[in-house]
Design a protein around this ligand. Structure first.
Ligand SMILES: NC(=O)c1ccc[n+]([C@@H]2O[C@H](COP(=O)([O-])OP(=O)(O)OC[C@H]3O[C@@H](n4cnc5c(N)ncnc54)[C@H](O)[C@@H]3O)[C@@H](O)[C@H]2O)c1
Length: 306
């Protein structure tokens, strides 16, 4: 299986490392900056004897080499600066994404495309439009990372292992994120049986702001360890045909009463991409918030040039 990662920055190169070390396929790292992807791939290759792992990784600045990829992960683009929202990146990252997606369309027609570039939901819908690929083949990584962040914060609060907690976040990967305590279980028991409503509200708010909190502390760039782990989990589900349910930014065609937009919802993921979109019984308030986010994504995407 050929897995190409476009953008050899923090998120892309760490995702390449995780995917290669997991033995999920041949990895090709691509970046527009001359020598960057090649240098990083050489460094990653040199680690093989130390890790006793014979993985296959290459790097290039020639995007045409993504030819015949089975999976393409797109991490090319600018990151937020402290105090910036993801939406403020839209104009600059749309130019990058359009160029990248036209190349994917030209050279890797059969690929499953995983968008990571922010603002995630707008970029995913835009990528779907530019490539013209089937909806289940183009989707975005965002809410699986947000769910992991919610899980981690709950685990810290309760002093429990993360594996005891199943937390769910859906919606936009941004301000419209919906952390769902009602769908969150601690060893099968509802979260609100463990902690007060005030504590839950504080955990939800911290989840929404977690990315910004990381950025503020880093001073430059944005999160990459957890995002790269979220990408690797998605690639693994496809490569191993796991048919696992993972939160993905997906094109909706009537599900949740939303049509013709992309937003984060739980999806069953396997070797053909998204095989099923799971519909949760949301409260009317949460459903209204999800619909509002989807409308904003559709409006913002409509303003981008085709
Ligand atoms: N969806 C998520 O959950 C999530 C999480 C973290 C980061 N992100 C986003 O991912 C993107 C990358 O983040 P990062 O931390 O790796 O940034 P980074 O600055 O470290 O890396 C971005 C890389 O993209 C490359 N690039 C730019 N234009 C390109 C093109 N046309 N072709 C190939 N490569 C190109 C740059 O040269 C750079 O190396 C940002 O938009 C960031 O906001 C999303």
């Amino acid at each position: 299986m050929k897995i190409s990662i476009i953008g050899a920055g923090n998120v892309g190169s760490l995702a390449a490392m995780r995917i290669a070390a997991d033995g999920l396929g041949e990895v090709l790292l691509i970046d527009i900056v001359k020598g960057l992807a090649l240098g990083k791939s050489m460094d990653l290759e040199d680690a093989r004897p130390l890790l006793k792992c014979n993985y296959n990784i290459k790097g290039t600045d020639d995007i045409a080499q993504l030819k015949d990829s089975d999976i393409v992960v797109v991490t090319a683009g600018l990151t937020r600066k402290p105090g910036m929202t993801r939406e403020e990146l839209v104009a600059k990252n749309a130019v990058i994404l359009k160029d990248v997606c036209l190349n994917i369309k030209k050279s890797a027609k059969g690929a499953i495309v995983v968008i990571v570039t922010n603002p995630l939901d707008i970029m995913t819908f835009y990528a779907l439009k530019i490539t013209g690929f089937k909806p289940g083949k183009v989707f975005g990584m965002g809410i699986s990372l947000d769910s992991a962040r919610f899980t981690n914060l709950i685990a810290n609060e309760l002093n429990l292992p993360v594996t005891d907690i199943e937390a769910l976040v859906i919606g936009a990967h941004g301000e419209g994120m919906l952390a769902l305590p009602g769908f969150t279980k601690v060893k099968g028991v509802r979260l609100d049986e463990f902690i007060s409503d005030d504590k839950i509200t504080s955990l939800v708010n911290r989840t929404v702001n977690r990315g910004a909190e990381v950025i503020a502390n880093l001073g430059q760039g944005s999160a990459f360890f957890a995002p790269s782990a979220a990408i690797a989990a998605i690639v693994r589900a496809i490569a191993k045909d796991e048919k696992r349910t993972i939160g993905l930014c997906s094109y909706l065609q009537g599900q949740y009463g939303i049509a013709d937009s992309c937003i984060g919802v739980p999806c069953r993921l396997g070797k053909n991409g998204i095989e099923q979109i799971m519909e949760l019984e949301l409260s009317s308030t949460d459903l209204a918030k999800l619909k509002k986010s989807a409308t904003l994504v559709a409006q913002a995407t409509a303003q981008l040039s085709a």
